[in-house]
Design a protein around this ligand. Structure first.
Ligand code: SF4
Length: 80
């Protein structure tokens, strides 16, 4: 696993794996302008530019089931 702290500005995309998400909302607590829970209680990305890269990374790392997938600008997965 690459360490996203090495290049925290390199986040190109954010995805939530709906099959993994358990709706714990820790990502919403850390980055409420990026993530929200939908009607099914599953996290969705409402604004990928709603927080800086460090905050987005912190949110991804807070996810208890590693459902938040971060990719760099070339499409390479950088977390988890
Ligand atoms: S922290 Fe993970 S499990 Fe919790 S709502 Fe966000 S994506 Fe879903």
């Amino acid at each position: 696993m690459a360490d996203p702290t090495a290049n925290p500005e390199e986040i190109g995309s954010i995805e939530v794996d709906r099959k993994l998400c358990i709706g714990s909302a820790s990502c919403v607590a850390i980055a409420p302008d990026v993530f929200e829970l939908d009607k099914e209680g599953i996290a969705v990305v409402k604004n990928p530019n709603g927080a800086d890269a460090k905050t987005i990374r912190d949110a991804a790392q807070s996810c208890p089931v590693n459902a938040i997938i971060l990719k760099d600008k070339s499409g390479k997965q950088i977390y988890p």
